[in-house]
Design a protein around this ligand. Structure first.
Ligand SMILES: Cc1cc2nc3c(=O)[nH]c(=O)nc-3n(C[C@H](O)[C@H](O)[C@H](O)COP(=O)(O)OP(=O)(O)OC[C@H]3O[C@@H](n4cnc5c(N)ncnc54)[C@H](O)[C@@H]3O)c2cc1C
Ligand code: SF4
Length: 329
């Protein structure tokens, strides 16, 4: 069976992009060096036609916005909440599940850091983000001041793999498993699942944080909360395994969203295989290293068998296709 592949930017105002100019388009066979029309996924727009109509040039890329910070709060020593005002169109663009922005931390754009959207208030055009302070780039964000400015490059949308699986959930019993900073990008997914009338079971491991800081962002949605430690020393806990098994075998769960580090996703995929639940569909955080976000810089590229390279900042696919069959040399 042909692997499900999509490009997150296909058919948007940013498509065709620079990949098309150099015959590297993710979807269009003709913009990938072939003479035949055999696109991998039809999005209602002919990318080749758009490219020719645009004088065989890429469309203009994302803009940079300097926005006013209306709230800055250090939730814990290494956890920062920032709220800022954006133009209305950008607020609307960032309301899709999986949206993120690059936050500028230095005049050198290579220092931009990808951060997911926690919440968008479309009425007031306010964006909320939560940042785990880790290294060079995120430490600089501590210098941002209330009533001062924050500079972002946006909108970007590929913060989650398996968006197709999220969109397919209607009136289902679904499971969300979140750990640590994964809590923040999980909020728009819960919103989407709630709006699609799903029954949401949320297993939340707030470690290494002391509190569940996203509680107030979830107050409008119904969900069953189970607070549990899910991962210890890189292994799923017995409690997490028992809960996953119970939801799949006894409660008919056929879809799981995983919001945490890659190790959490990998361990859950392995466990699902172990209990014969390969048919459970998945979505998860995209934790790739990213720099340009446009498929060019190469930070996010991963090699797979058959000399295939996947540009994970743009490529949309099922989580299993991201974590299985990777080549390390
Ligand atoms: C789409 C996306 C959304 C994200 N959303 C959030 C969020 O909402 N909140 C949040 O706190 N963090 C988020 N991250 C992770 C965040 O971008 C990294 O933690 C950050 O880049 C670390 O940079 P640093 O210089 O502070 O730390 P470094 O010292 O560079 O690294 C610390 C850790 O971060 C990882 N890392 C470094 N650079 C990157 C990079 N460019 N992309 C991804 N991981 C990197 C390293 O592997 C290391 O584990 C997101 C990452 C991506 C790709
Ligand atoms: S790679 Fe994506 S954004 Fe670029 S031209 Fe192809 S479909 Fe469009």
């Amino acid at each position: 069976m042909r692997e499900y592949i999509d490009c997150i930017d296909a058919g948007t105002e940013f498509c065709p992009c620079h990949l098309a100019e150099s015959n590297e388009c993710i979807l269009c066979s003709q913009l990938h060096g072939s003479k035949f029309c055999d696109c991998l996924n039809w999005n209602g727009v002919c990318i080749y036609h758009e490219f020719i109509n645009n004088n065989s040039k890429a469309k203009k890329g994302r803009d940079t916005y300097t926005c006013k910070v209306i709230k800055k709060e250090l939730l814990e020593e290494n956890l920062l909440l920032i709220k800022f005002l954006v133009p209305h169109k950008l607020a609307v663009d960032l309301s899709k599940a999986g949206s993120y922005v690059f936050v500028r931390t230095n005049e050198n754009i290579y220092f931009d850091v990808p951060i997911s959207i926690l919440e968008v208030d479309i009425e007031r055009d306010i964006i909320a983000i939560i940042i785990e302070i880790r290294g060079i780039k995120t430490k600089k964000l501590l210098e941002i001041e209330e009533n001062g400015d924050i500079t972002i490059r946006a909108p970007y949308w590929n913060g989650v793999f398996g968006i197709r699986n999220i969109n397919k959930q209607f009136n289902n019993n679904v499971l969300v498993i979140a750990k640590g900073i994964g809590m923040a990008p999980m909020v728009p997914i819960i919103r989407k699942l709630f709006l699609n009338k799903n029954t949401i079971n949320l297993i939340l491991d707030k470690a290494p944080y002391k509190e569940n800081y996203i509680k107030e962002y979830l107050k409008e949605y119904d969900y069953n909360l189970i607070e549990e430690v899910v991962l210890v020393q890189g292994e799923l806990t017995e409690e997490a395994k028992a809960l996953i098994k119970k939801f799949i075998k006894n409660e008919g769960v056929k879809y799981i969203h995983i919001a945490g580090a890659d190790i959490l996703t990998v361990k859950i995929i392995e466990y699902l295989d172990e209990i014969g639940a390969k048919d459970v569909s998945l979505s998860c955080c995209n934790n790739s290293k990213m720099c340009c976000g446009e498929g060019i810089c190469g930070s996010c590229t991963v090699r797979f068998a058959g000399r295939r390279v996947k540009r994970l900042c743009k490529l949309q696919t099922d989580p299993r296709n991201v974590f299985e069959g990777r080549r390390l040399i």
